[in-house]
Write a protein that binds this ligand. Sequence first.
Ligand code: SAM
Length: 255
Amino acid sequence: MALSDKRAREAGSLAERVQAHAWYHTFDLGDGVVTQGMFDHRPVVNRYLIPEDLSGMRCLDVGSMDGFWAFEMERRGAKEVVALDVDDPSALDWPISLRDRVVKTFDIEKGERFDLVRTALGSKVTRVLRSVYDLDDDLGSFDLVFNGDMLVHLKDPVTALERMRRVCTGSAIICNPIAQLRFTGGKALAVFDGINEFEWWLPTEETMRRMIVAAGFERVESGKPFELPARSGGPWKGLRGIMRGYADADSPPTK
Ligand SMILES: C[S@@+](CC[C@H](N)C(=O)[O-])C[C@H]1O[C@@H](n2cnc3c(N)ncnc32)[C@H](O)[C@@H]1O
């Protein structure tokens, strides 16, 4: 990306800077400035099992993109929020068939979008560039880990969940697109792509639950699956599973 392009996007009014980007998340930044995100989480924000009051909590948003969930956790009173992501598109698990074919501007600019919102909101969220696969104790431990719509884009979602478990002392909220399969015979199945779309494993709700348990969470609470409102986006639009895995079997249920 030419530096002058970046400078041009950073000039002008808030509305003009917002207009200079294609957005993943929908934010209302005040004074009538609303980002036209691929997804609008605002109507379903209360489906995500996030406690209303996060005061005193250290929270981690894994795969933050434009940062909607990191800023939401801060809005709910979190003591500290860390937003983890990877800017370099070549460090993402792109399927080989798509790796050199898909234009990656959307990924390259996510840090700029995040910073724009961070400044507009006067937020103190810290952004850390690191793959979930390298998530470790050096970032400290977190009372609440949030991970939305990322596992579907990973070759190895269980290792990613294990890494989240490693830094989680309280609970982890996991949201992911899910498949509704009939006649599973009670088995935990998943649909595999890895070629046509940036989508690896699309689990059923039961498979998603088992993946969270397999990663070391002691107890899993399931929310009701819901449709995520989308303006655009790939085949991963649609039904979401939402679950909260607890590090400790005796931890109290969601308030
Ligand atoms: C589809 S977006 C989901 C954004 C947001 N979490 C949500 O629920 O709306 C997936 C995000 O995960 C990030 N991501 C993908 N692979 C990752 C990895 N290995 N480590 C960290 N973040 C990753 C992407 O860069 C992107 O920001």
